[in-house]
Design a protein around this ligand. Structure first.
Ligand code: G4P
Length: 531
């Protein structure tokens, strides 16, 4: 790296792509990486996935179901900026993982399928973005196929997502009529050629709408339709406003086809123009609520994801650290607020095809920290050890299952396996105070299947997850006496989570409501902040 360290963090753009499965996230990711020169051949994002998968059996589930379970980060350069693209799992059973990944992003690109508009998963993900006011840029994909009318697509975003929309482009129809888009700011037409698509990284040819040449690209009636549509959009939609975008109230909208690379280069340019760099991160310092500025000197960051056993032969575990401030140097010793310290001697940076040892990193960057289970999701690291970043809740699981061993002699091993997988933060582990069971909590069925595969592949233990008589869990708070009194009355339903905190395993939502009414001095929490 050659640029001045002082301003280095300011050129980071860390973002995630959010979408409903099948909208084209993988295709877009790949074409963004191709356009930026980070990869050189189409198919490499998928190929990379395949290689990784063959290394580890549990990934078979991903392959069989055609879903991407694990999140990672890909780094590329464009327009003098360094982009860190965070990959979010598409499947809804991994929504908690996605939520945490979004805590590490400064902005998001929302991909919609032009024929489908806003889909259920899009809605959920935007809700998550809203929790942190993450600015969203919209890419309406698959315009090369028959699509909804652009007006209807904009209405859909506005109605379902309660976001103002500012179309930055206006398409000339869809399917075969999709010959390009009008850039509403410059009044130019961006010409998208036929089925062969645009060469990676190339911007579309621009023709002024006043140029007589335009007639050879768009026949008169299509031109009139384009102008009508764009005019109407201008009348009903607010103009782009940088502040509204940054506050998460307004989304600029772009149209294209990831498959043919129509509009991909323009999307990257838009990210370069609008996407915010690292933002101050809310944190608690010595008990006081404050925020950590990316420009501040002290190196700090937080772990938003832990991936264990990426290579089962080495039992390695990589914690993904999003830097929030300072100039990180390889070999630095960082401390958690709990007092534990770790010397980061082989930090990893992730490029599209490779991992590299990072000698330095700045606010906005994500480095992988290999460790042996010391680091957990939600851990804050800093030079002084006094910073604790806020906003890493565990969510009450929506499904609870009892872990049952085929070979009871392996109970100790199972404990270790379940604990270490729970430390990745994807599933939760509860230990009822009575009896020797392990209750595993998750957001969806698929997580149990992945757990089962991984416990078998990585620890050689056969485990089954069978129905438990509980439907949900709530963390308890209140005075020790009140919690004890509640616990005495509900002995068989009290458990400890992985940190030893008390949890109520409830048979039904109704039971939660009833208990809340009967025990006003005990608080029942849906989420728990780590720390
Ligand atoms: P996802 O990661 O969001 O789940 O979506 P992905 O990129 O895998 O795309 C889903 C399907 O949509 C793929 O087709 C892909 O080729 C297609 N697709 C993506 N972008 C476009 C586009 O701009 N135009 C058109 N026409 N299709 C697009 P598939 O048949 O399911 O897979 P494949 O065999 O092509 O890989």
């Amino acid at each position: 790296m050659t640029t001045e360290p002082a301003g280095e963090w300011a050129r980071r753009r860390t973002f995630a792509i959010i979408s409903h499965p099948d909208a084209g996230k993988t295709t877009l990711t790949e074409n963004i990486l191709l356009a930026s020169g980070a990869i050189h051949l189409a198919g490499q994002v998928r190929a990379r996935g395949e290689n990784r998968r063959t290394r580890s059996d549990w990934m078979k589930i991903e392959r069989d179901r055609g879903i991407s379970v694990s999140a990672s980060v890909m780094t590329f350069e464009h327009s003098g900026l360094r982009f860190n693209l965070l990959d979010t799992p598409g499947h809804e059973d991994f929504s908690e993982d996605t939520y945490r990944t979004l805590t590490a992003a400064d902005s998001a690109v929302m991909v919609l399928d032009a024929a489908r508009g806003v889909e259920p998963r899009t809605l959920k993900l935007v809700e998550v973005c809203r929790l942190r006011d993450i600015p969203i840029l919209t890419f309406i994909n698959k315009m090369d196929r028959e699509a909804m009318e652009p007006e209807a697509l904009l209405d859909d975003i506005q109605d379902k997502l309660a976001l103002d929309v500012a179309p930055m482009q206006w398409p000339s129809g869809s399917g075969r009529r999709f010959k390009g888009v009008m850039d509403v700011r410059s009044n130019e037409f961006l010409v998208f050629p036929g089925v062969e698509g645009i060469e990676p990284g190339k911007a579309a040819r621009r023709v002024s709408l006043d140029d007589p040449q335009i007639g050879s690209v768009l026949p008169g009636d299509e031109m009139a339709e384009l102008l009508d549509g764009a005019e109407m959009a201008r009348e009903v939609c607010p103009p782009f406003n940088d502040q509204s975008y940054r506050e998460g109230h307004l989304t600029p909208v772009y149209f294209g086809s990831a498959l043919r690379r129509y509009g991909v280069r323009e999307l990257i340019d838009a990210l370069a123009e609008f996407a915010p760099g690292p933002q101050p991160e809310p944190a608690l310092i010595k008990g006081a609520q404050t925020s950590v500025d990316p420009a501040s000197k002290e190196v700090s960051g937080f772990i938003f994801k832990v991936q264990a056993n990426m290579d089962p032969n080495h039992r390695d575990r990589i914690a993904f650290l999003r830097l929030a401030s300072g100039e990180f140097k390889r070999g630095m010793k960082l401390k958690a607020e709990t007092g534990k310290a770790i010397t980061i001697s082989s930090p990893v940076m992730f490029f599209a095809q490779d991992r590299e040892i990072a000698d330095e990193a700045y606010a906005g960057d994500v480095i992988g920290v290999p460790n042996h289970g010391v680091l957990r999701v939600g851990d804050s690291l800093s030079e002084s050890g006094t910073i604790r970043f806020s906003g890493f809740p565990n969510f009450a699981p929506e499904m609870l299952r009892r872990a049952r061993l085929k070979d009871p002699l392996k109970a100790k091993h199972l404990k270790k396996a379940l604990e270490s997988l729970a430390e990745e933060g994807v599933t939760q582990l509860f230990r009822p105070v009575i009896g020797g069971d392990f209750i595993v909590g998750a957001v969806g069925q698929l997580q149990f299947e992945v757990m089962q595969e991984r416990v078998s592949a990585e620890y050689g233990i056969d485990v089954m997850f069978e129905p438990a008589p509980y439907e949900t869990a709530r963390w308890l708070s209140g005075s020790d006496a009140d919690i004890e009194a509640f616990g005495d009355r509900h002995k068989s339903a009290i458990a400890q989570d992985i940190d030893g905190d008390p949890v109520f395993l409830a048979k039904s939502q109704w039971e939660v409501g009833y208990s809340e009414e009967k025990w006003p001095k005990v608080k029942f929490h849906r989420t728990k902040e780590r720390g």
